[in-house]
Design a protein around this ligand. Structure first.
Ligand SMILES: [Zn+2]
Length: 193
């Protein structure tokens, strides 16, 4: 990014995180921080960095402002790497094969959110505003490209898998929650919101 492009990225970033600018300005060494950010993002393209800001904005949890430049730069590197890699899918006898059958090498899977797990636990799953899913990074190699997402943990999260009916999907979550060992039933620590 040129200085000009950095300025563009910064304005867009502040538009997503309005408090970011005020936070930076309050720092006694604001100029030094800006210089570090500028260097951290020097290899990223404006397009990638702008996309990365949007991804960061859409994350489940808020990252500390002091880490934003590092996170944005990391997402940009992931995007760059993904562009360089050939598609992971291979064909055997004309059929696509995948290294990971869970995410089909997409690196992301859909799991039930904490709200839904809580609802399954207290018997209200299926009522209004109780059915939510979110994306987490698969625990395979492709998932490493989505490092800003929570990592999938099969012991604690249930994949949202299409079943023959919506009710069957809900029942699967109820069964999963009921079968969880008591010590992992407090999901605040790990479940995506
Ligand atoms: Zn996977």
């Amino acid at each position: 990014m040129t200085d000009d492009e950095y300025g563009q990225w910064y304005r867009n970033h502040v538009a997503h995180f309005p408090e970011f600018d005020a936070w930076a300005a309050r720092k006694p060494d604001a100029d030094a921080i800006t210089a570090v950010w500028r260097r951290t993002l020097s290899r990223a393209s404006l397009d990638d960095a702008t996309d990365a800001t949007i991804q960061l904005y859409g994350r489940d949890t808020q990252s500390p402002y002091g880490r934003h430049a590092v996170i944005v730069a990391g997402i940009c590197r992931d995007q760059e790497r993904r562009r360089r890699q050939p598609s992971r899918s291979r064909y055997v006898d004309g059929e696509p094969t995948y290294e990971c059958l869970r995410c089909l090498d997409q690196g992301r899977v859909s799991v039930w959110r904490r709200k839904s797990m809580d609802a399954a636990r207290n018997g209200t799953l299926g009522e209004g505003f109780t059915v939510y899913t979110c994306a987490v990074a698969c625990d395979c190699r492709a998932g490493e490209d989505h490092g800003w997402l929570t990592r999938y943990d099969p012991a604690k999260m249930l994949l949202c898998t299409p079943r023959e009916s919506h009710e069957a999907e809900l029942q699967e979550l109820r069964d999963f929650v009921a079968a969880m060992p008591a010590k992992t039933r407090e999901p605040q620590e790990w479940t995506p919101n």
